[in-house]
Design a protein around this ligand. Structure first.
Ligand SMILES: C[S@@+](CC[C@H](N)C(=O)[O-])C[C@H]1O[C@@H](n2cnc3c(N)ncnc32)[C@H](O)[C@@H]1O
Length: 137
């Protein structure tokens, strides 16, 4: 049996609730191609040329205090040309990276420490998959 595939499958295209510092150790070496994340601290990044401007998430769509616009994550994922790449977001929050990945048909892994945000992320992903299914009919 290919143990690498088995241990990766446990995490692929699903939200795993837990501490990413521990969970990342469970991932097989070289199994992730791209990390797209929004860690819980300010990095003071100000390089003007690399700024992607998007509308902030407002109203009923806002389900996490630091939720990022879906457009931002979609733009970042689209910048990688290899659609077979596996994307990891170790600080998934409300699941924006996962929703963007689903929309683009990408494979993803998401870790989130808060059970409340894990549930919110899962609900967003279920809704996105249902919409994609309707759109694909
Ligand atoms: C800035 S928010 C991410 C918001 C996300 N981009 C979105 O659009 O909803 C960072 C998230 O990291 C989670 N977090 C903090 N420490 C963590 C850890 N050690 N492992 C996994 N998740 C963690 C927090 O609960 C928080 O939801």
């Amino acid at each position: 049996m290919d143990m690498t595939a088995t241990s990766l499958d446990r995490y692929l295209n699903k939200v795993t609730c837990g501490d990413c510092l521990e969970l990342m150790r469970e991932l097989p070496d070289e199994s992730v191609d791209l990390v797209v994340t929004d860690p819980p601290y300010g990095v003071g990044y100000k390089k003007k040329g690399d700024v992607i401007k998007c509308q902030i998430v407002r109203g009923r769509e806002r389900v996490h205090p630091t939720q990022k616009p879906l457009e931002l994550l979609t733009t970042l994922l689209k910048a990688t040309e290899d659609t077979k790449q596996i994307v990891l977001d170790p600080f998934l929050g409300s699941g924006t990276t996962a929703v963007a990945a689903e929309r683009l048909g990408r494979q993803w892994i998401g870790f989130e420490i808060s059970p409340e945000y894990c549930a919110i992320a899962e609900a967003r992903i279920v809704k996105e998959r249902a919409q994609l299914k309707i759109g694909g009919l």
